[in-house]
Structure formats: C-alpha cells, structure tokens
Design a protein around this ligand. Structure first.
Ligand code: SAM
Ligand code: SF4
Ligand code: SF4
Length: 333
C-alpha cells in the first residue's frame, strides 16, 4: 500500500461523475462564470461507467476503501444507479454520494437498491430566500427536504447534511439547521467557506470560523466534543449534551487537517487530483483508452501517490492566494 511523502496512505476516492449542476452556488459555480457559454465537458471527454469501475478497482487494490460519488451534481448523470451497482461489487468498500438533494426524491430508492451505503445532502438554509442567495436557483428548500425524506424511506439514514456558512449571507442557518435536525439522527456539518477554485471571490472576511459557529450552537444546545469516528475524519464531532444527536464542523481554513488527508479525487474527465487545491491533475483517461493494463495503471497511481506532498490548507497564506486551483465542480469536494 503506497504512502505519500508525509506518510499518508490512500484510503478514500472521490469520483466526480459530471461537471454540470442545476444550482449555481455562489461559493462553487458562480453564474457569471458558469453561464450558458461555459465550456462544459463533452460526452467523449467524460469517463464512462466502465472506465470509472475499472479505475475504482485499481484504487481499491492500492488500499482505497471509501468511494464517494460527487460532481457537479451527480444525480444529473443518467442511470447513476447502474454505476452504483457496479461500484458496489468492490469488496469491503463503503459507497457514499454527495448531492444537492433535488433529484433524490426520484432516485433514492433505486440508489439504495443498487447498493449505496450513505448519502450526504447539501443544504445551506431552510429559508427559501437565503437558499436562493446561496445556490442562485429558485428551486425551493422543500425539494431538498423531500429528497431527505425519500432517502430516509429508502433506508439510507442517518444522513449527513452539509451547510457551507458564508458571513453576511447564512449565519442564521447554523442554529436553524441544528434545530431542524436535532433529534432526527441526521448529522449536520457546518463547513467553513473555502478558497477552492479561483472564481468564487473568496475572502477571509467571509469565513465564519469554527469557533464562532460552535459558540452560536452552544448558546442553544450545550455541546460536548466527541472522538473522530475513524482516522482522517475531516469533521470535528460534537454531541448535544441532551443526548439527541451530534453535529460536525469542517474547519479547513481555521483548523487544517492535511496531516490526515488520505483522499484522492478523480475528476469527471479522468484526471487524478491529490489535493482539493491542486492546479494540475494527472491524466488517467489517456492510458486507459490507449490500452494500458491494470498493472501499468496501478504503477502510475502508486508513483503519483508516493510523490504526493500536498498540504495546501496548512500553507494557506498571501503567497498561495494567487495560485491556479481546480474548480470544486470538477472534483466534487
Ligand atoms: N452538487 C453536490 C452537492 O452540492 O452536494 C456535490 C458536489 S459539491 C461540489 C460537494 C460539496 O462541496 C458540497 O457539500 C458543497 O457545499 C461543498 N462546497 C462547494 N464549494 C465550497 C466552498 N467554496 N467551500 C466549502 N464547501 C464547498
Ligand atoms: Fe452544484 Fe453542489 Fe456546486 Fe452547489 S455545491 S453549485 S449544488 S456542485
Ligand atoms: Fe488534503 Fe489538500 Fe485539503 Fe490538505 S488542503 S486536507 S492535502 S485536500
């Protein structure tokens, strides 16, 4: 099992299945950049399900055990349940999906039946107007909540609910979402607004630090810290002292966790990224389509992982501010 230059092994693979989305979240795909003229990937540039399955198997040989399907919005990819059933064949794996939830009401049952283990739904506010400001769509919050209900019915509980918090836009969602899901079994995770990509106009002033989020929560629900449920967990966990569940905080800006980062990211076009903030990816689609054997691809991946020294969040500074970075909608978080 290869280890990178900081001693981290390869445990998780995020698989982006589309670069498209029905939302235009201001922090991810701002509409002025990702408008109708934006050069989204063409069909032939996108990995097929068979190509993804083959690569996932090779990643599994190298130690990857957690696979997360993401995007763009993964539920826009036609017949996604077919990919789920193909990935579900990998032994000993855990298979998760991150979605904006809008198409989940229609698809949750088929995805669960195909072998999906877990779902994370992104929801930044319960208020339609605030949700519209964050996601730049008029799709109502009710559609996302219907998706969550459908996932519950399909046996995918407990869910994780991801909320990006942006200063001056949705800070009130911290307490609102905690209240809404308190006692439900689902785990809301509050995420510091990150400087992924180069188009979202990120500034430190718009980051609500983890400490402030915790202080807001603690005013309503006393909290107690919990241990990570597995090595490398990105969210810090806190249980409600009244015993009715837990929340998480993902503080990649104020409390970076690069030392535990065991994630690789496979972009929609088959490029491998070893960091969320990388500027360049490593093409796997080329060798795949040119007839490389599994062994050759395994060797390429092992060499790539062994050379890895990424720790962007720990090095974030004025000097890193101007660097080129891949967009979140290509690699899915
Ligand atoms: N479309 C799906 C969704 O929204 O869940 C999956 C892809 S989305 C890129 C994956 C996750 O990245 C979402 O939970 C989203 O909130 C998060 N995300 C996107 N841009 C972010 C940013 N600038 N800072 C923090 N989290 C971000
Ligand atoms: Fe789409 Fe998800 Fe990005 Fe929002 S965060 S624009 S839902 S890919
Ligand atoms: Fe991993 Fe890069 Fe994020 Fe650090 S900055 S935790 S290395 S993805």
């Amino acid at each position: 099992m290869p280890r990178d230059r900081l001693g981290r092994s390869l445990r998780d693979l995020r698989i982006s299945v589309t670069d498209r989305c029905s939302f235009r979240c201001t922090y991810c795909m701002p509409r002025d950049i990702f408008g109708s003229e934006y050069p989204f990937l063409k069909r032939e540039e996108i990995l097929t399900f068979e190509e993804i399955r083959r690569l996932a198997g090779i990643f599994a040989d190298l130690g990857a055990r957690k696979f997360r399907i993401t995007g763009g919005e993964p539920l826009l990819r036609k017949d996604l349940d077919r990919l789920v059933s193909m990935l579900a064949e990998i032994e000993g794996k855990e298979l998760a999906l991150t979605t904006n939830g809008v198409l989940l009401a229609d698809q949750a049952e088929a995805l669960a039946a195909a072998g999906l283990d877990r779902v994370t739904v992104s929801l930044d506010s319960l208020d339609d107007e605030v949700h519209r400001r964050m996601s730049d769509t008029s799709i109502p919050v009710a559609s996302v909540l219907a998706g969550i209900k459908a996932a519950e019915r399909a046996g995918l509980s407990p869910l994780k609910i991801n909320a990006v918090i942006r200063r001056g836009v949705n800070e009130d969602a911290i307490v609102e979402l905690a209240r809404r899901f308190h006692g439900s079994g689902h785990i809301v995770r509050f995420i510091e607004f990150m400087d992924v990509g180069t188009t979202n106009g990120w500034s430190l002033a718009e980051v609500v630090p983890a400490e402030e989020m915790l202080a807001r929560l603690a005013e309503v629900y006393p909290l107690e810290p919990l241990l990570a449920s597995y090595p490398g967990e990105v969210a810090r966990r806190y249980r409600f002292s009244d015993g009715s569940g837990e929340v998480g905080i993902i503080a990649s800006v104020t409390r970076p966790f690069c030392g535990d980062c065991t994630r690789a990211r496979l972009a929609t076009d088959g490029r491998l990224f070893t960091c969320l903030f990388a500027s360049t990816g490593f093409d796997l689609r080329g060798p795949l389509r040119e007839g490389a054997s599994d062994e050759e691809i395994r060797r390429l991946l092992a060499v790539r992982w062994t050379a890895r020294a990424d720790r962007y969040s720990e090095e974030r500074s004025a000097a890193t501010a101007g660097t080129e970075r891949i967009e979140m909608s290509y690699i899915g978080g």
